[in-house]
Design a protein around this ligand. Structure first.
Ligand SMILES: NC(=O)c1ccc[n+]([C@@H]2O[C@H](COP(=O)([O-])OP(=O)(O)OC[C@H]3O[C@@H](n4cnc5c(N)ncnc54)[C@H](OP(=O)(O)O)[C@@H]3O)[C@@H](O)[C@H]2O)c1
Length: 336
């Protein structure tokens, strides 16, 4: 029987009178409601977490709130028989670290519906190395395959490839036999990293000519886009007939300007990817894939570029917002 400490450490973000993020000692009652209490082992830093902690984006709803959209850990108190005390679990998305208190805390109290049993074959650390980033990459690939994307259609362009989503997207695409083109803003610093992940060719985003015609020469079998804005505009104009573009992120801009030409003359599809409220049956099925045939190659050795403590978290978030980080950042809370 685990004993829950009456006072524990959590990162709390307050918005009254300006953004302020600091560590506080709190009790369970301070956390948002839920049936299951988890001793947090690991979390990770996603782009959205970095925005929430630094205050560069309005991610958190409510104040004070604990950020961290991902966590893994061990159940220490439960009002749901599916998750008994001692069970190892993970949570990604489901509004934690946004509307609900999240993973940057020694304990989390969450609704049972958000919880996924830790799949056999994944450790608590590996689950967070994958995290929302890897889960989202898997959701994108699943939707593309369901919409008939196939390697013979041509290379898949991945934008923001040195980031968390992009890195794992490359690893998964290679597992499915695709040729991958990485469009990066770090062509020199990221070259060895991307090549080791399996990228077949690397393009420099800073020097990529994107043209402006409604349809440019068709180059890509499909795309996984983390940037939005001008990059997504260009992708709609350069994806080959029947190709799919998985629209995941807005690291460049939230805008999309294009015409109907790619859709009505090339049959191109844009697939919306929304990992936070992904239907639960899809969520469970994707974690089943990620523990086995889609477990990313080189996950802990290559894709995780660093492991930080709670104390190191705020500085690590600032580096992510500044675009200085490659791969995934793991956050060790209690550890295994
Ligand atoms: N739809 C969903 O459910 C979902 C889930 C997860 C993430 N996302 C979104 O997907 C995007 C990627 O997330 P992530 O966790 O992979 O982030 P990340 O680890 O910070 O990586 C983002 C990558 O995008 C590129 N980048 C960063 N800032 C940029 C800028 N200002 N202009 C152009 N490129 C820039 C960089 O790659 P290069 O240097 O290699 O170009 C960077 O490594 C974010 O917008 C995030 O909010 C959405």
């Amino acid at each position: 029987m685990s004993i829950i400490r009456s006072s524990f450490r959590a990162l709390r973000v307050r918005s009254e009178g300006g953004h302020q993020a600091s560590f506080e000692h709190i009790g369970l009652d301070a956390l948002s409601a839920g049936e299951v209490v988890i001793r947090v082992a690991y979390s990770g830093i996603n782009y959205k977490d970095a925005l929430a902690v630094t205050g560069k984006g309005r991610i958190l709803r409510g104040s004070p709130r604990t950020p961290g959209i991902d966590l893994s850990g061990v159940v220490v108190q439960s009002g749901d028989s599916r998750y008994p005390v001692g069970a190892k679990v993970l949570v990604t998305g489901c509004n934690i670290g946004e509307q609900l208190d999240g993973g940057y805390s020694e304990y989390a109290r969450l609704p049972a519906e958000a919880i996924v049993p830790l799949p056999q074959g994944l450790s608590l650390a590996e689950a967070m190395a994958i995290g929302t980033a890897g889960f989202t990459a898997a959701l994108a690939l699943r939707r593309m395959l369901e919409n008939h994307q196939a390697p013979a259609m041509g290379s898949i362009l991945v934008s923001g490839p040195t980031g968390g989503v992009g890195s794992i997207a490359i690893a998964l695409l290679k597992r499915e036999g695709f040729h991958v083109t990485a469009l990066t803003g770090k062509p020199e610093a990221g070259k060895d990293y991307l090549t080791a992940l399996g990228a077949d060719s690397i393009l420099d985003r800073n020097h990529q000519v994107m043209g402006s015609k409604p349809l440019e020469t068709a180059l890509w079998g499909g795309a996984i886009d983390n940037l939005g804005g001008p990059t997504l505009n260009w992708l709609t104009r350069t994806v080959k007939p029947w190709g799919n573009i998985a629209s995941i992120g807005l690291a460049q801009a939230h805008t999309l300007e294009t015409t109907v030409m790619p859709f009505i003359l090339r049959g191109v599809s844009i697939l919306g990817i929304h990992s936070v409220e992904c239907p639960r049956p899809w969520r469970l099925a994707l974690w089943e894939k990620l523990r086995a045939e889609w477990k990313p190659a080189g996950l802990m050795e290559h894709i995780v570029s660093r492991t930080v403590s709670l104390d190191e978290l705020p500085a690590a978030c600032a580096q992510i917002v500044a675009g200085q980080v490659t791969g995934r950042t793991l956050v060790r809370v209690a550890g295994d």
